[in-house]
Design a binder for this molecule. Structure first.
Ligand code: MG
Ligand code: ZN
Length: 165
């Protein structure tokens, strides 16, 4: 049987969006975010994060910095009983100054590359899967990948998730 999945944008959905977050001490969870992921996990959803991280291409932080933050987030979430299957990230930006990442890629949302990669790496049911983001480009990426996308703006992410199910 195929798994159902929920894709989360990171900044503005899981953590409060401070510009170019990469330091663990600057991480501030959105209200109800950890609880929302735990709730979905208990319901059998596979949880993925799909995040544009152009700060890498811009030279503000490295992939290693970002990975440390994601490992920290994953361990915090585990304490709440939630497991993130994988953090997909796009380190690119065509105007970035780190040459290696200064490309016009297929993974930066609104392009669906990260979501499609998750579908390629897992046996997921598109009909049963959806994305939650806080920007139009998140929802556009979801739609381009053939899944539903929902716009989260404020309040408790747990309440928002419960309202969708
Ligand atoms: Mg966002
Ligand atoms: Zn990319």
């Amino acid at each position: 049987m195929k798994d159902k999945a929920v894709f989360f944008d990171r900044d503005g959905v899981l953590n409060v969006d401070v510009d170019y977050l990469y330091k663990i001490e600057d991480l501030q969870w959105v209200e109800g975010a950890r609880e929302a992921l735990a709730h979905l996990y208990k319901l059998g959803y596979k949880i993925f994060v799909v995040t544009n991280q152009s700060g890498v291409a811009r030279g503000y932080y490295t992939i290693e910095d970002m990975n440390k933050l994601h490992a920290h987030m994953a361990s915090e979430l585990e304490k709440y009983g939630a497991k993130v299957e994988k953090f997909y990230f796009c380190p690119h930006h065509k105007e970035g100054k780190v040459v290696e990442f200064a490309i016009d890629c297929d993974c930066r949302k609104p392009k669906p590359g990260m979501i499609l990669q998750a579908f390629a790496e897992n046996d997921l049911d598109k009909e049963e899967s959806f994305l939650i983001g806080d920007c139009k480009r998140d929802v556009e990426a979801a739609e381009a990948a053939g899944i539903r996308g929902y716009l989260f703006k404020e309040g408790s992410l747990l309440d928002f998730v419960k309202g969708l199910l």
